[in-house]
Design a protein around this ligand. Sequence first.
Ligand code: PEP
Length: 251
Amino acid sequence: MRAKLVAANWKMNGSFESNRRWLSQFDAAALGCEVVVCAPCVYLAQIAEALRGTSMSAGAQNLSAEAPGAFTGEVAAEMLIDCGIRWVIVGHSERRTRHGESSGMVAAKAARAVAHGLRPIVCVGETLNEREQGRTLAVIGAQLAPVLDACAAGELVAGAIAYEPVWAIGTGKTATPEQAQEVHAAIRSLLSRHDPGAASRTRIVYGGSVTPSNASALFAQSDIDGGLIGGASLSPSDFLSICRSADRIEH
Ligand code: PEP
């Protein structure tokens, strides 16, 4: 059985004060799922310190593929580890489309994360145009191929793969549970071609306008092992309700 994973992606939101408020209002004590809070990098030390000794973990939203050195504005894996961070989102669609990250760059980042003991949440997903052209599974396969060249499938088991259809992110349009399950099953079967044991243990989470009202139906699908939650994670009560939905479901 795979333990459910629910990760908050706060994107470029927060302040020391609002983070403190969120943390004081979110009570993970009774939760059975694994919870990760991915905050902007300037707040990582604050979040890691606040979550020390709790069942939750702090995560970053990006990392550099490079070793420390002359890379202005970048943050190295070693620095995240130094801040007490154990998780990192890699290849979010906002980074792919707005910051020009290719699947090759995403693979290099995933490999660097794994090499330094960070648990990557590797994001993949198709655009609306690609879905309408019937290319969803081909696109996902092409995004994952370089990752699986750069990392052994077994190295991804500690992290997760996030299926995030681009057309569902921040739009209020969610993939139906059946649409999401079809892609999750395809991702698991792709992993299985590399390492069947690892494929059955890897968490594949769904992201894209998950809310308290649609989370249960999504998480009930047999290959959906939790969620990566953007907008709804900014509200501690909505995020808690989504985590509780994950807790209620066992595969
Ligand atoms: C995300 O940013 O990873 C995400 C899934 O956003 P939202 O939940 O707002 O669609």
